[in-house]
Ligand binder design. Structure first.
Ligand code: TXA
Ligand code: MG
Length: 349
């Protein structure tokens, strides 16, 4: 398949390019586009055949439901059974933005979108290209992250090209995305509003509006037996090719533990990658050290995380030793992605 790559202005998208993307969407084709979180792989969300092709291109398990993307709050109504009061408040406050809300679905939502569940995930992305593409298409756009299933989500068009070139119809290249981690997924269909996937809109922020909101237990617990409520959270995910170990605790202890391990693995002849931070990067003398950002600016760590994991793949290391960050605010989302990327391989030091 030929993949058309179009450079598009992220702040002020060229109308003819948006029109061409929208034409592709309406014809049932697959179009990757930037959002404020990560690149999405879009298809007409009301067209079963088109959505089926998303699963094929990504190699995505069929039991993992997709998010529908809208460009206006009004577009939610036909897709859901009802709109809870909390949802109205949160949509007003955070849309467009990195918050996905789970509603009870209506009958026009195809089964393939919801993977047979009676709920549907909806969000309004905060990116001019995404918003204008949805609006011009005139349909909700189903869009998972535009990576091969299991790999780190794409924060640059180059990542999409690496994973999906030749498998999808178009890539709108709008440069780097902003948040760098996928949206927060909040379930409002349960008694207690529950965050199923932490992201850019944090629990702390949501609690200002919905005081009884909680994190799904599987996000906080290190017990791998607790089954996540969101199907996508049960897979090893965001994963580099190399084995990965994450170290948490006091920063000094983390650095010492990583140095010890690095020595050990290098003696075994392994190529070691160290995911460090600005504050610690000069303390390591072994391995390929990449700083993921400053501990004082966790937003930067979020933005760089997936790209850094891909860089270790490029270097071709056998093992990645990664520093952890403190939980709370965006740190919770960062630790969630590190947990998934390492397959739960977290050591407290
Ligand atoms: O930031 C984002 O959300 C990006 C951009 C492209 O918008 N999209 C994204 O989609 O991350 P995806 O498919 O990679 O992740 C969607 C997550 C999965 O963990 C999935 O299991 C969950 O949302 N999800 C979707 N529908 C759900 C539902 N009805 N109930 C529970 N979880 C659901
Ligand atoms: Mg994904």
């Amino acid at each position: 398949m030929e993949t058309k790559i179009l450079r598009i202005n992220p702040l002020n998208p060229e109308l003819d390019l948006i029109a061409e993307g929208a034409r592709y969407i309406r014809k049932g084709k697959l179009v990757a586009f930037p959002t404020e979180t990560v690149y999405g792989l879009g298809a007409n969300g009301l067209d079963e055949e088109a959505v089926k092709n998303i699963f094929i291109a990504k190699g995505r398990p069929q039991d993992n439901p997709l998010i529908l993307h809208v460009s206006k709050i009004d577009e939610v109504r036909p897709l859901v059974k009802s709109i809870p009061e909390e949802a109205k408040i949160l949509m007003e406050e955070f849309w467009p933005g990195p918050l996905t809300i789970i509603f009870e679905r209506s009958s026009i939502v195809p089964d393939i979108i919801t993977a047979g569940l009676n709920t549907v995930a909806i969000r309004m992305p905060n990116h001019p290209v995404a918003l204008e593409l949805i609006e011009a298409s005139g349909v909700p756009i189903a869009a998972p992250s535009a990576n091969t299933s299991g790999k780190p989500s794409p924060t640059l068009a180059e990542h999409v090209i690496e994973d999906l070139y030749g498998k999808i119809d178009m890539i709108l290249d709008g440069g780097p995305t902003g948040v760098g981690l996928e949206s927060t997924v909040l379930d409002l269909t349960t008694d207690v509003p529950t965050i199923l996937r932490p992201g850019g809109i944090t629990l702390e922020t949501i609690r200002h509006f919905i005081p009884n909101a909680e994190l799904d237990l599987s996000i906080i617990s290190s017990n791998e037996k607790i089954v996540p409520k969101s199907p996508g959270q049960k897979y090893r995910h965001y994963a580099p090719k190399a084995k990965m170990i994450v170290f948490t605790g006091d920063v000094e202890n983390i650095v010492e533990a990583i140095k010890d391990r690095a020595k050990k693995y290098e003696m075994e002849g392994k190529k070691v990658g160290i995911m460090a931070t600005e504050e610690t990067k000069d303390k390591y003398s072994q391995g390929s050290v990449i700083s993921v950002g400053s501990r004082k600016m966790k937003g930067t760590i979020a933005r760089n995380l997936f790209n850094t994991l891909r860089k270790f793949d490029e270097i071709g290391v056998d093992i990645i030793l990664s520093e952890g960050v403190e939980m709370g605010q965006i740190g919770t989302a960062i630790m969630n992605r590190l947990k998934k990327a390492s397959g739960g391989n977290i050591i407290k030091v």
